[in-house]
Design a protein. Structure first.
Length: 462
């Protein structure tokens, strides 16, 4: 029987990010995808600042920045006339700890191309056209069956196979959620004549429906996103998309030169009842489904992968106990629930895009992995994202980059695989800080004491 340490099902942004993280850690992982190629559409086009930091660590940020652009302001049209412009999100002043202060816009297909290229650079591959039909597991591994009659046995399986996850259903894991909006939506990638590429153009109708055309950075295309009247039936054929543009805008159907991709959906918010069953983990849309408003779905999904990757590697290639894997559900399910509430709030106009949606405040203070031992903690505490700062020889994020742990404020490395900086940045406040491989403070104390040694033992850093 064909075997591997980790089988990742689904080559979207979640699966690719996890594949990259495991590959750089030397874990034998295999990535399979039901479709014959990468996803062709622009759907998840917003990359939040926290995800840009993740991409920095994974080695793809330069390509993402080169292929992306800032969010354009929205231009509202009525009866063929421009009636006003507005910012798409609340602007705020960045600080020295935030090297990527604003969301970037890049079509999802391009993000996945960049991740796929990085995976290949690290020696990883994707097996396309591999449809999973079911699985069984025992105490030692998981047997995954494919439509072609073959089977792969893995020590662990990660379901990154989307909102209709075959793996989740095979496990019998339910999803709890709600309909965010009863209206049908259409999203499409197209080329259109007669609109500038400076603005995100919005064409509201009197009945509350609306069509938007957003220029996609690095391409000659626009993304169409339309909320249609309740009860209507979307037509996502090329002719149907052309007619939609003609109906809502001052443009004619023939002004649409090409429809590259189109899809329909009804926004909902849903959270898997569990993120782990035995040796199988749920990540990305297989674990949580968002409204696209606010750009939280893909970003939350990538951070699932970033949280899980180092933990799997620590158990499979190091000395970490199996119990470390229990913290994946503990940390990520709570955060996914919060992001679902946020996405729904943005969709319904209750939350403004901006400080609330950039995900820099996402943290794990309540996690069992967060050990705050100081009597008077400063601004950065155990469980918080470790911010950037200027340090001798460069920036703190340069020191973080890679699969290791980092100790700030200590003079000698306590273990192999731990980098050190003798003094923690002033912005962190007083103390010693142990930063996890995913950029969060795991332990914080007055000094490098026996408590730190015990913490490192507990996470398998020996």
């Amino acid at each position: 029987m064909d075997t591997t340490d980790v089988l990742i099902v689904g080559a979207g942004a979640t699966g690719l990010a996890l594949g990259i993280d495991l590959a750089r850690r030397g874990v034998a992982a295999r990535l399979v995808e039901r479709e014959d190629a990468l996803f062709p559409g622009s759907r998840g086009k917003g990359i939040q600042p926290r995800t840009q930091e993740v991409f920095d660590d994974l080695g793809v940020i330069d390509a993402v920045l080169a292929s992306s652009g800032p969010y354009p302001d929205r231009m509202v049209w009525r009866d063929g006339e421009r009636v006003g412009e507005e910012s798409m999100f609340e602007r705020f002043e960045p600080d020295a700890g935030t090297p990527y202060p604003a969301p970037r816009m890049i079509p999802q297909w391009r993000t996945q191309e960049i991740l796929y290229a990085r995976l290949a650079e690290l020696g990883g591959k994707v097996a396309f056209g591999r449809e999973v039909t079911g699985l069984t597991q025992d105490a030692d591994g998981v047997d995954v069956a494919f439509a072609d009659g073959t089977t792969v046995r893995a020590r662990h399986v990660v379901a990154a196979d989307g909102g209709r996850s075959v793996i989740r259903r095979a496990l019998g894991v339910g999803m709890t959620g709600e309909t965010v909006d009863p209206a049908p939506f259409v999203v499409a990638d197209l080329r259109v004549r007669g609109l500038d590429r400076v603005y995100w153009h919005a064409f509201p109708a009197a009945d509350g429906s609306v069509l938007g055309l957003c220029p996609l950075a690095g391409t000659e295309e626009f993304q169409l996103a339309a909320r249609l009247p309740e009860g209507s039936e979307p037509d996502v054929t090329e002719d149907g998309v052309r007619e939609l543009v003609a109906r809502y805008t001052h443009l004619a159907a023939e002004d649409v030169d090409e429809v590259r991709w189109a899809s329909e959906f009804r926004p909902r918010a849903a959270l898997a009842d569990r993120f782990r069953v035995g040796r199988v983990f749920l990540a990305g849309d297989a674990a949580h489904v968002h409204s696209p408003a606010g750009g939280q779905g893909l970003n939350t999904s990538v951070q699932d992968a970033y949280n899980l990757g180092w933990k799997l590697a620590a158990v499979l290639t190091g000395d970490a106990p199996e119990s470390l894997l229990e913290t994946y559900e503990e940390e990520r399910r709570a955060n996914a629930a919060a992001m679902l509430e946020l996405s729904t709030g943005v969709h319904r106009g209750e939350v403004q895009r901006g400080r609330a949606t950039v995900q820099l405040g996402v943290g794990y203070r309540e996690s069992s992995l967060s050990a705050e031992t100081r009597t008077a903690p400063g601004p950065v505490r155990a469980g918080d994202r470790a911010p950037d700062a200027e340090v001798p020889g460069g920036r703190l994020f340069d020191l973080f980059r890679g699969p290791h742990w980092t100790l700030l404020g200590a003079t000698a490395p306590p273990r192999a695989g731990v980098r050190t900086l003798p003094t923690a940045p002033e912005s962190y406040g007083p103390g010693v800080f142990l930063v996890r491989p995913d950029g969060y403070v795991g332990w914080a104390g007055e000094s490098a004491t026996e408590d730190l040694a015990a913490y490192l033992d507990g996470v398998g850093v020996r």
